[in-house]
Write a protein of this length. Structure first.
Length: 78
């Protein structure tokens, strides 16, 4: 019976000494970073992606209008 308790208790002690503190530190560090918001670099990247998405939307609209004029049934072929 004491061997079984020793087998169970040893990993728990190792976990509590080594893994749990690192886990808690990393958890609260990530929470702190999330609460700070976007950095300058992240905001610039997000802005560039939004601009690209806007340009792509305009291009798609233009292509669809050209296809509607030249081949009105193109939407039904898909």
């Amino acid at each position: 019976m004491e061997d079984v308790i020793g087998i169970i208790v040893a990993p728990i002690i190792i976990f509590m000494i080594f893994v749990a503190p690192i886990w808690l530190i990393m958890h609260y560090r990530s929470k702190k970073q999330i609460s700070q918001g976007l950095t300058e670099v992240e905001y610039d990247t997000l802005q560039k992606l939004a601009d690209r998405a806007e340009k792509m939307s305009d291009r798609i609209h233009t292509l669809e209008s050209i296809l509607d004029a030249e081949a009105p049934e193109w939407r039904n072929k898909v």
